[in-house]
Design a protein around this ligand. Structure first.
Ligand SMILES: [Zn+2]
Length: 89
């Protein structure tokens, strides 16, 4: 687990605890095959991302999706982002 990254996100979003209300049925998950790779999955089903990748639960809040942090080489899956746009609108 990328605990330093999670800790950084938690402090960064300490004042923004609410998830994005436009996407209530999704959660951020981490790819099992590549480090720093994040995907979106349906809430309660963290083991397969919208794009079909195998994933696992992480504690990153949905409000952190797509945020760029300095010195963190994270990747936000563009397929999941596109799929979630279609799902939430
Ligand atoms: Zn994905």
């Amino acid at each position: 687990m990328n605990l330093n990254f999670i800790t950084a996100l938690r402090s960064f979003f300490r004042h923004k605890s609410e998830a994005d209300p436009a996407k209530p049925s999704l959660m951020v998950v981490e790819g099992v095959e590549s480090v720093w790779s994040y995907h979106l999955a349906p809430s309660g089903a963290p083991f397969e991302a919208l794009c079909g990748r195998r994933t696992m639960r992480t504690s990153i809040p949905l409000s952190a999706w797509g945020v760029r942090l300095d010195h963190i080489p994270e990747k936000w899956c563009s397929k999941c982002a596109a799929l979630s746009d279609g799902q939430s609108r």
